[in-house]
Design a protein around this ligand. Sequence first.
Ligand SMILES: [Fe+2]
Ligand SMILES: [Fe+2]
Length: 181
Amino acid sequence: MSSHPSTPDLVNLLVDKYHRHLRQSVRELIELAPQWDSFQKQFSGTPMCWCKLLTTWWGEVKQHLEKEEISIFPAFVSGRASHLAPQLRTLELEHNDHRQLMVTLAISVDEGIKLLETLPVSAGTECSSLPQVQRFAELAGEMVEMLNEHINLEDRVLFPLALGLDFSDHQEINPNPNSPE
Ligand SMILES: [Fe+2]
Ligand SMILES: [Fe+2]
């Protein structure tokens, strides 16, 4: 990236792309989680309750997104962010917490994908919910990736920019991965 992104552009990108994607993905993942759990239990003997884990996790993440959208981001856009350093530190700590379950989810998805690849053809009749299981794996993998991008953008680009810190260490990050640098 040759020039610094603007704070309003970054805020729009985060809310319109990452926050929106997260809200949509989590809703669908929680709906599909019972099929994922029973698939893993049936074929690998791993008892997990992703429905409960994701629901609890989402309760915390939803509050975090609302805090950003209602108070933090508007302050960034209006240029009144210099006093927000303590709140941003809290948001960074929450990001670390949010990542922890995603690490476990990524492991669960990797294991599930390997299992799907090695299942005998007869498994399709034993497990009628395989399409939902495949969808869960696809969606969960995408969500983990997007959440990492989302958190990196906030911690490494938006927050330093809003506080007026030196941005030179963060120039390798393209705030919009879908556009050419
Ligand atoms: Fe965010
Ligand atoms: Fe955040």
